[in-house]
Design a protein around this ligand. Structure first.
Ligand code: BG6
Length: 474
């Protein structure tokens, strides 16, 4: 009973949300750098508004973020103090290949992550590396149109081969694309896509998705060739869709909404396009740009494990009159009257995590890894910078409890759990700093004011105990 003895407890971050140092040591410009805080952000990250450079009107939080680039040793020491077994981070592509299409990598970028991984190992922390977390070199967007272009496969191949080779022995857990299904909701972030007037958006998205899916299989192949110890996972923005009522039209709508997300994982885990997607795309006259060898690559190089983020369940309705939606979440859904919501309108459903885990495990029968979960909230530090975040502890404890039930009562095979934003960082959806997830408070506000000082919150000490007891003491 209980979680695995070697359960991978830890926390998760993404390069663009915490590193800063956007122009240090030869780093190039990326899509996420130019996403400002404020009203325009949503239109920009969804590819509806073309915004490919900095301007004076906006504040760009990723430029400095929480300056982890220059303070990673201090941050990792704090993760070590909490007893992390793993740390999920992402690579900024533009540190390794500043423009994206160079043949030779930037040594300073490679060295940065090498040092960072070594720092993790000092504390017995196993890195879990997301290769692409809402990250695409700007040059590849301007020159090639991002993932709509098949040429991206060559650049991604070069990137992944470089990483697997250089970090052999230092990293064994890899994720190819963060929340690969985000491409349907925030395609500029997910695939560097900006829509052109009059084009068939769905066609653009599914073509780009095909390129990412093939790239993911190719990376999996290379990872296993370079080091058979490498384990590669896919990554889904998960959350079971409940039908809004027992009416069959709602049940069908929920099934379809789930399939929209599972589509990606069906390809990455089962190795082929599912029948329902082929039919739908065919019906809509959308051609998938299969090239010679794609089918074999997808089939032969499926992922080793399924990772996912979980913040909330969702609700789907087949009735067009039902339109009261949740706010604030890129994945908007019908509102669930039985659930409370966070200050940003994200509904809170711990049991939904157990349901979601079972759903995914039933479908794929591969080990699961929860690589994001957490509560974005406003913290109010006292005069010493200390935050009593009982609300965060409650959220996490209830989700970890449900997670354990999925393992202990339902038999789901779970490798680990990394809570999102283990140190306060920039919000992906809004660009805000005040939407905090961390165990460690960072003194910085939405406009970039603050000392950047780090202070452990109450949840820091709580999580340390959770890890020490392998989840027994919540
Ligand atoms: C996930 C992303 O969608 O949710 C993270 O992988 C993101 O990058 C997290 O930060 C929380 O979302 P937000 O918008 O509150 O930052």
């Amino acid at each position: 009973m209980g979680l695995r003895k070697d359960f991978l407890w830890g926390g998760a971050t993404a390069a663009n949300q915490l590193e800063g140092g956007y122009d240090q040591d030869g780093r190039g410009l990326a899509n996420v750098d130019v996403a400002p805080v404020g009203e325009d952000r949503r239109a920009i990250i969804s590819g509806e508004k073309k915004h490919l450079d900095f301007d004076d009107e906006h504040f760009y939080p990723a430029k400095e973020a929480i300056d982890h680039y220059n303070r990673y040793k201090e941050d990792i020491a704090l993760f070590g103090e909490m007893g992390f077994k793993t740390y999920r981070l992402s690579i900024a592509w533009t540190r390794i290949f500043p423009k994206g299409d160079e043949k030779e990598p930037n040594e300073a970028g490679l060295k940065f992550y090498e040092d960072l991984f070594k720092e993790c190992h000092k504390y017995g922390i196993e890195p879990l590396v997301t290769i692409t977390h809402f990250d695409c070199p700007m040059h590849l967007i301007k020159e090639y149109g991002g993932w709509r272009n098949r040429k991206m496969l060559d650049f991604y191949e070069n990137l992944t081969r470089t990483l697997f080779t250089r970090y052999k022995g230092l990293v064994k857990y890899w994720l190819t694309f963060n929340e690969i299904n985000i491409i349907l909701h925030a395609p500029f972030m997910g695939a560097g896509i900006v829509f052109e007037e009059g084009e068939n958006k769905k066609e653009v998205l599914y073509r780009a998705a095909h390129h990412e899916l093939v790239a993911s299989a190719m990376a999996t192949k290379i990872a296993h060739e370079v080091d058979p110890k490498n384990q590669v996972g896919c990554m889904l923005a998960a959350g079971k869709n409940y039908p809004n009522s027992p009416r069959p039209i709602d049940v069908l709508a929920a099934q379809q909404a789930d399939r929209q997300n599972y589509f990606f994982i069906d390809v990455q885990s089962r190795g082929e396009y599912p029948a329902y997607a082929l039919k739908e795309l065919e019906r809509e006259g959308i051609e998938i740009p299969f090239e010679e060898g794609d089918r074999e690559l997808l089939k032969e190089h499926t992922v080793d494990f399924i990772s996912f983020s979980y913040y909330s369940s969702r609700v789907a309705s087949g009735d067009p009159e039902v339109n009261e939606k949740t706010e604030g979440n890129i994945f908007a859904s019908v509102k669930n009257p039985y659930l409370e919501a966070s200050e940003w309108g994200w509904q809170i459903d711990p049991l939904g995590l157990r349901i979601t885990m079972n759903d995914i495990y039933d479908r794929y029968q591969k080990p699961l890894f929860i690589v994001e979960n957490g509560l974005g909230a406003i913290d109010k530090p006292d005069e010493n910078g200390y935050v009593e975040d009982d609300y965060r502890i409650d959220y996490l404890a209830s989700h970890i409890k449900a997670m354990k039930e999925a393992v202990e009562l339902d038999g789901v095979d779970l490798m680990g759990y990394t809570s999102w934003g283990c140190i306060d960082l920039v919000s992906a959806g809004t660009g805000e700093m005040k939407k905090r997830y961390g165990f460690i408070y960072v003194d910085r506000d939405n406009k970039g004011n603050g000392t950047l000082e780090r202070t452990p919150k109450k949840s820091f000490h709580w999580y340390k105990k959770v890890i020490e007891t392998n989840g027994e003491d919540l």
